[in-house]
Design a protein around this ligand. Structure first.
Ligand code: UDP
Length: 149
């Protein structure tokens, strides 16, 4: 716990997750959620939605000059996604570990992307890369009343 390791304060925090269209298409949402829960993260908010083009463009705005932007928006709107709020100790970093590398060929054993992802584009999950981005991303898809920790 936070008190037993001097100098190493563990904070409960939230991160934002998306189970991408390759996960919903292959009926893998429960299998991915099992990995998330086994890793000690709690799913405290969850909705299955069809992302609009505008929502996907806003969400990935930071990548809009990248060559893969068009393909990424097309993929993220190609089928339903599951948007989630995950809670746990150091949830942002913990979920990035559990997801594995962006390119599944480089993802570590046991990670979601190693187990399930098909390519660098269709890589099963999104997870926020910082606590600040987690807050922004959660606010894009969730109202306070739709999260219960
Ligand atoms: N992506 C892609 N081609 C690339 C790099 C990224 O299609 O060469 C997609 C992929 O779906 C990735 C997303 O863009 O998950 C966001 O990229 P980022 O580098 O932020 O990776 P992540 O944080 O998702 O691991």
């Amino acid at each position: 716990s936070s008190q037993t390791q001097p100098g190493r304060i563990m904070a409960t925090e939230r991160t934002f997750s998306i189970l991408k269209p390759d996960a919903t298409k292959r009926n893998l949402t429960g299998a991915v959620n099992a990995v998330i829960e086994e890793a000690g993260l709690r799913i405290v908010g969850q909705r299955r939605i069809q992302m609009s083009r505008a929502q996907a463009e806003t969400f990935y705005e930071v990548h809009k000059e990248r060559p893969f932007f068009g393909e990424l928006v097309a993929f993220m709107t190609s089928g339903p996604v599951v948007v989630q709020v995950l809670e746990g100790e150091n949830a942002v970093a913990r979920y990035r570990e559990v997801m594995g590398a962006t390119n599944p060929a480089q993802a570590a054993e046991g990670t979601i992307r190693k187990k399930f992802a098909q390519s660098v584009g269709e890589n099963t999950v999104h997870g926020s890369d910082s606590a600040e981005n987690a807050r922004i991303e959660i606010a894009q898809f969730f109202q306070d009343g739709d999260i219960a920790g």
